[in-house]
Design a binder for this molecule. Structure first.
Ligand code: DGL
Length: 254
């Protein structure tokens, strides 16, 4: 069983990308809605939350973990790998970096993500030969969790966050928070048609599918399970409209 987690709804963008490749794959998902957002918290706290989420998924039968959160992928991998040294653990940043290497010609790229992701400077260090322009966009996470996916206020905030990047002549923009692909239709026209949008969820799903095929685990089928640490009003609606499937949601304490 593949286990994925995020601070809330964002990791469902990775679930969707996995199901686009492997529609029957059974998954167990944990959204830490009681403690969202992660992106304004310290690396220590984010790491601890990541370990606890992974422990919960393993207790539910996960044998492969996908860290479906850029913030935890940036600052929490060491702690999670130390806790589960024998488990295959995937994160969302390395696949995105590989994609950037193949798709940016100018080597000038933009990153939007949470404050903790931006402060980690992980993209600048993994892409030392690139010009990396970063912008923290923390307000986008609560807007997504509130289902404000089309509101004029959301459009204005996106415009505000993108304006410094628009001056930098970037040719690719990474949606370096798994919540942001839910706003892709608002982000793409505002950053401009010449800028390629990179969604790490797609790249991560491709890497995971390769791994599952190589390990003869890609043909599994069965029920998936969705858990949250608090039942928030919007989670079920957003999840079902994003995934285009009915889901059964359960509250758990981690
Ligand atoms: N979706 C997460 C990420 O990819 C976390 C967002 C948050 O909780 O601040 O970074």
């Amino acid at each position: 069983m593949i286990g994925l987690f995020d601070s809330g709804i964002g990791g469902l963008t990775v679930v969707k990308a996995i199901w686009e490749k492997l529609p029957n794959m059974p998954l167990v998902y944990f959204g830490d809605t009681a403690r969202t957002p992660y992106g304004n918290k310290s690396a220590e706290v984010v790491s601890q939350y990541g370990v606890e989420a992974a422990e919960f998924l393993v207790s539910q039968g996960a044998t492969v973990i996908v860290v479906a959160c850029n913030t935890v992928s940036a600052v929490g991998m060491e702690a999670i790998k130390n806790k589960f040294p024998n488990l295959p653990i995937f994160e969302v940043i390395t696949p995105a970096v590989n994609r950037i290497r193949n798709s940016s010609k100018s080597k000038r790229i933009g990153i939007i993500g949470t404050r903790t992701l931006v402060n980690s400077k992980i993209y600048s260090s993994l892409l030392a030969d690139f010009e990396v322009f970063q912008q923290a966009a923390p307000l986008l996470v609560p807007l997504v969790e509130e289902n404000w996916l089309k509101k004029p206020e959301t459009k204005r905030i996106i415009k505000f966050y993108l304006s410094p990047l628009k001056r930098q002549q970037i040719d690719a923009l990474v949606l370096a928070c798994t919540h942001y692909p839910l706003l892709k239709s608002l982000i793409a026209p505002r950053i401009g048609r010449r800028v390629k949008i990179i969604d790490p969820a797609d790249e991560t799903a491709a890497v995971l599918a390769d791994y599952l095929i190589k390990n003869n685990q890609a043909d599994k089928s069965g029920d998936s399970h969705f858990y949250v640490s608090d039942l928030t009003p919007q989670f079920q609606n957003i999840a079902e409209s994003w995934l285009k499937r009915k889901i059964k949601l359960e509250k758990v304490t981690v």
